[in-house]
Design a protein around this ligand. Structure first.
Ligand code: GLY
Length: 255
């Protein structure tokens, strides 16, 4: 069960955030409304939400998931691979000190880079995507830290997606939403995979929060597949964050 989440209000500089999409610039006012609705959805799922102030120096800083990897007895402060995002993690690290003891907080060091969007937890194991943002040294450091704290980790080489969780979401009880390169990936062969249609690939980035699956609004086929698996869903509109390659998982740290 999660009890808390950390989120960060988008700054007006959000419109200058990194993207590989060709969907135009986000509408800042609408992004703020969607962010507020996202917080409300987390609260509906029982989470106490800590809201951090916006920082215009970091256009992508609302995507807090990339700045830390969290577990019950461990908080790892990451080192984002995108140069424009290096530094975002300092404010999140400060916030996490309210919830973790000093000996439970670890920090990734150069030359390692790693973004939390590349990390998918399954029970006490953490899959780590090797991507344009997460390098082998960052993954090596994270696995060493995880093992010191009683967890395990392993790497997954990514071919097409920005982050591992761009194409995968673990829905507990061995259920895995999978899009694109992950639908047939041998590393995930033992999971019950729910394949996402190419036209709805963005919707692979769902989050399971205390028995409910938050799904992006506007992807009816994916929603129906999750409901058919017996899971309640809550749709949240993330259209403005999609324009920056951002999704539901990216917008919070849940712990
Ligand atoms: N716009 C989010 C990212 O590229 O990290």
């Amino acid at each position: 069960m999660f009890t808390r989440a950390i989120v960060r209000t988008p700054a007006p500089s959000l419109t200058e955030g990194l993207t590989t999409a060709s969907l135009g610039k986000p509408d800042y006012t609408l992004a703020l409304q969607q962010h507020a609705a996202y917080i409300a959805a987390l609260q509906t799922c029982g989470l106490a939400v800590t809201l951090l102030e916006p920082d215009p120096a970091f256009p992508d800083s609302c995507f807090v998931e990339d700045t830390a990897v969290l577990a019950e007895r461990l908080a790892v402060i990451t080192r984002p691979g995108a140069p424009s995002r290096q530094g975002e993690q300092q404010r999140v690290a400060q916030a996490l000190r309210a919830f973790y003891r000093p000996e439970q907080i670890e920090t990734l060091l150069p030359p390692g880079t790693l973004e939390g969007g590349d990390v998918m937890r399954v029970e006490d194991h953490f899959y780590i995507g090797l991507s344009a943002r997460t390098n082998a040294e960052g993954a090596r450091q994270l696995i060493a830290i995880l093992e010191q704290h009683g967890y395990t980790g392993s790497t997954v080489a990514l071919r097409q997606v920005l982050h591992l969780k761009t194409g995968l979401a673990y829905l507990e009880h061995n259920r895995l939403l999978a899009a694109g390169e992950f639908i047939e990936h041998p590393l995930f062969a033992l999971f019950h995979r729910i394949p996402i249609a190419p036209a709805e690939a963005y919707a692979a980035n769902c989050i399971y929060v205390n028995g409910t699956v938050l799904v992006p609004a506007g992807y009816p086929r994916t929603r129906a597949q999750i409901e058919a698996a017996g899971l309640p869903v809550l749709a949240v509109d993330t259209s403005e964050f999609r324009k920056l390659d951002g999704g539901l998982s990216c917008l919070s740290l849940r712990f």
